[in-house]
Each structure stands twice: as structure tokens, then as C-alpha cells.
Design a protein around this ligand. Structure first.
Ligand SMILES: [Zn+2]
Ligand SMILES: [Zn+2]
Length: 233
């Protein structure tokens, strides 16, 4: 009976692959084609930028965070999946993305005792326009999968900026300076924080958020994203 009901449900609400949008049998979040072509970061990883050592070009650049990890490079079906997640108001990917990130977290930062997970914030204006913060959705899912408590709104984005990816590298750092605020610094004092975002390109957004946590006295700061651009842009 239960099986029958599931079949009926999947006909009414056909499940779609979170990476390409193709219809998949009920209960399967990823289609066969995408599952085989996921651009996993599998090689030896640079601890500073989370990319494979062959593509890393961070040249020992110091960050305010202690480490970063991601399951995937931002290319192929992952690029597509994040586009669906971000721009087509489809939030169904959050669970599957968080599941992948939880695996990576276990492998890379499994021995770290995090006090809480929080997200890279969006401005109030963006939140009103979209109705949700996609990074917060993933952070919440990640929290329920890992048991690490979730704390929302630890960092606030106090004003809107031009999209980072539309700017040349030399303008990005200045573009973000003073954009974020830490409304309650005591919440992060001496804490080990896991900062969650969907994607990192140059790392400047995460670094600026990590800077706020560092200024608030956080003990250590680690970042997790679903994807990293193969080359820092
Ligand atoms: Zn697919
Ligand atoms: Zn590196």
C-alpha cells in the first residue's frame, strides 16, 4: 500500500534531479547521468583554499579562516544545479547538497568540535526579493545531518553590494569592506565556527565574513561550500 502511495505521489509530484532538472524515479534526488559526472574534488587538497594541489594558486595567501572544504568544483552539472537552486526558486536541492557537504565535512574536518554552523548572510533587500537565503537553507540541513547546532543571523549584511563576480579581482576586497556586521559579538567569542555558503569563487566573501567572526573573538573558523571555482577568479 505504502509503495502504491509513493508511486502515486511521484506521479503527482515528479521528482527531479537537483543538478539537471530531469525527471527521476521517486526518492532519487540525482539522475544517473549527473551522478556519474559530478566534478568531485578528489585529488590531494590544499588546506588553505580547498582546491586540488594541481589547480591551487593561493600561494600561501593568509585568510581569516583556518580551512575550507567543498565536495565539488563549480562546473558541469554542479554549476547547473546551483543555478536551478539560486535562480529558479527551487529549494529542493538543499537536502542533497547538504548530504554531500556532510560527507566532505566528515572526511576533512571530522576531528574538529564545532560549536555551531552559521551562514553567509544576504542583505534584507535580497532576502525580501527571494524570500529565502539559499546558504541558510543548506546550513540548516547540514546541522540536522551532523548534529552541529545551527545559529542564524550571526553575521549580518548591512548593505547591498555589486555582485562579486561582475568585478575584477582588485576591486573585490574593497567592495566588501564594511559590508558585514556582527550584531552580537559575545555569541562567537571563543567559539569554533563553521561558516556555510553555496559557492566560493575568490574566497573574498568568506574571508570578509570570517574577519567579522575573528574580530568578535572566535577561536577558530572553518568554511564549507558545495562548490569552489576550479581556479580562483
Ligand atoms: Zn541530472
Ligand atoms: Zn591553495
Amino acid at each position: 500500500m505504502k509503495k502504491k502511495r509513493n508511486v502515486l505521489l511521484s506521479l503527482i509530484f515528479p521528482e527531479r534531479c537537483v543538478y539537471c532538472g530531469a525527471r527521476v524515479p521517486g526518492g532519487t534526488p540525482v539522475c544517473e547521468k549527473c551522478r556519474k559526472s559530478l566534478p568531485r574534488i578528489e585529488e590531494k587538497v590544499c588546506p588553505k583554499c580547498g582546491r586540488g594541489k594541481k589547480v591551487c594558486d593561493c600561494r600561501g595567501k593568509e585568510n581569516y579562516f583556518d580551512g575550507i572544504a567543498a565536495p565539488f568544483y563549480f562546473s558541469g552539472c554542479v554549476r547547473n544545479g546551483l543555478h536551478i537552486f539560486k535562480f529558479r526558486n527551487s529549494t529542493s536541492g538543499a537536502g542533497e547538497f547538504a548530504r554531500e557537504m556532510a560527507e566532505t565535512l566528515k572526511q576533512r574536518f571530522g576531528d574538529i568540535a564545532f560549536d555551531f554552523i552559521t551562514e553567509v548572510p544576504v542583505s534584507r533587500k535580497s532576502l525580501r526579493a527571494r524570500g529565502y537565503n539559499q546558504s541558510a537553507l543548506i546550513a540548516k540541513e547540514l546541522s540536522s545531518l551532523t548534529g552541529i547546532p545551527y545559529k542564524s543571523g550571526v553575521i549580518e549584511k548591512i548593505y547591498e553590494t555589486r555582485a562579486q563576480h561582475g568585478l575584477p579581482g582588485y576591486l573585490r576586497t574593497g567592495n566588501l569592506s564594511g559590508v558585514y556586521d556582527l550584531p552580537e559579538p559575545s555569541a562567537v567569542k571563543d567559539k569554533t565556527v563553521l561558516l556555510c555558503d553555496d559557492i566560493s569563487t575568490s574566497g573574498e566573501t568568506l574571508n570578509e565574513c570570517a574577519k567579522m567572526l575573528w574580530l568578535g573573538g572566535a577561536k577558530s573558523i572553518y568554511c564549507i561550500t558545495l562548490a569552489l571555482t576550479p581556479v580562483r577568479k
